[in-house]
Design a protein around this ligand. Sequence first.
Ligand code: KIV
Ligand code: ZN
Length: 524
Amino acid sequence: MSIDHPSFGKLDDSRIIIFDTTLRDGEQSPGFSMNMQEKLRMALALTELGVDVLEAGFPIASQGDFDSVKLIAETVRGPVITGLARTGRADILRAAEAVAPAERKRIHVFLSTSPLHMKYKLRMEPEAVLQLTIDSVTLARHHTDDVEWSAEDGSRTDPDFLCRCVEAAIRAGATTINIPDTVGYALPEDMFRIFAMVRERVPGADKIVLSTHNHNDLGLAVANTLAAIRAGARQVECTINGIGERAGNAALEEIVMAIRTRPDAVACKPTIVTENIIKTSKLLSTITGFDVQPNKAIVGRNAFAHESGIHQDGVLKNAATYEIMTPESVGLLKSSLVMGKHSGRAAFRDKLRTLGYGELGDNQLNDAFRRFKDLADRKKIVYDEDISALVDDEVLRDHDRIRFVSLDVRSGSKAPPRADLELEIDGVVRGAHETGDGPVDATFNAIRACFAHDATLSLFSVGAVTEGTDAQARVTVRLMEAGKMVDGQGADTDTIVASARAYVHALNKLLVKRARTEPAALSA
Ligand code: KIV
Ligand code: ZN
């Protein structure tokens, strides 16, 4: 039976809405925070991927969150743009204001309904929770026709009370009802039962979209999502690479490819451009500095690699022997050779467009082009990944207060390592010469000498952007200060320079974060 939806019009039974929450639930998790430009870039990539709903953030959480949601609402065309809100008036008005510029907008209101959450987190009686559900959805409906209501900790909620809340939210005007497995506790059969029960018992449930949102604490998020779809859920909430609170959320790429690979078991059609999956996954890794594990389904480095002789032999004879989907279907192509050192600015600009950077300003283009030429002098082959890494380093950082200028390091077995460093801080160049327990330590000491701060280093990791001994190193540096954590990334063919860039990036993020206020209770 079809549903008339305010944002999507007639939705027939086979339609499944992909609701991406990489920029909200994903971004909320430790180490995955993004700045406004990074969020916009990710939002544009998600749009190209074809997501139906883009949860751009939690506008009340901070000025930065509000600004990012608003910028995405102003700029991104295609998906419905949504902002999260608790049930308070201030939350809902802030979300309404942030999504107002969007072509199609949604307010997503959530409230806990489980006995545990009501008693200890909300300190509210069930009847008050019911009333707050009605009031908050009613208020949100004054600002948009497309309102989603979520029963936080829904999978651990008393079934009768869950049905009463869902019914009340529908009567108040919610057009999507989401029943999350907030703590990743449910098994697939629980999710199937909950969705089947709501469809059967709640009047009006056939007129709205039921949505599923699963966390991965027991590694069951995708299985639970598929079970909910089979029981009638028409919207799935998910994130790229499965990032999210604690063990993460259900991974978009896994859900979509499971549906595509097993139409016999899951009868619905997502409108995702699957060929963009790898590209989007890599973009997220580049922005956050965290690669997925090699054996990660769909997007891991080994997901399509066949190591054993028997498997290789089978695949050569017929790929279907060991491949249930083709690498091309998720956009896994061989690294493409881009350009050499003789390539011109026009070709470079064109390449940046195809890599999803849109139109860069003249200064940004000049900076990026200069670094590309420099890289092409040092590195035999320049791949797309190299270009992305250097542009992310240079172009997305033009609001940074501290900028890397130069580094000269002496190290080896004869004398203590020494770093001569120059940084530009608020437009003024400062230099320092320091020694240390190794070249990286000397470099970080020099950074501390140029810009005094109390943050401590809690993670230092080095990876390679591509293969080969001349590959660029991609370094991630994590700093902690007064309970605040930030990750910075840097790339360069010189690992020590990449480390300095990563440290400086982290410092810049810390400066932005110092100005941010965190919301009282973001438990979702
Ligand atoms: O996990 C959760 O319950 C959430 C809600 C806000 C949807 O993220
Ligand atoms: Zn969640």
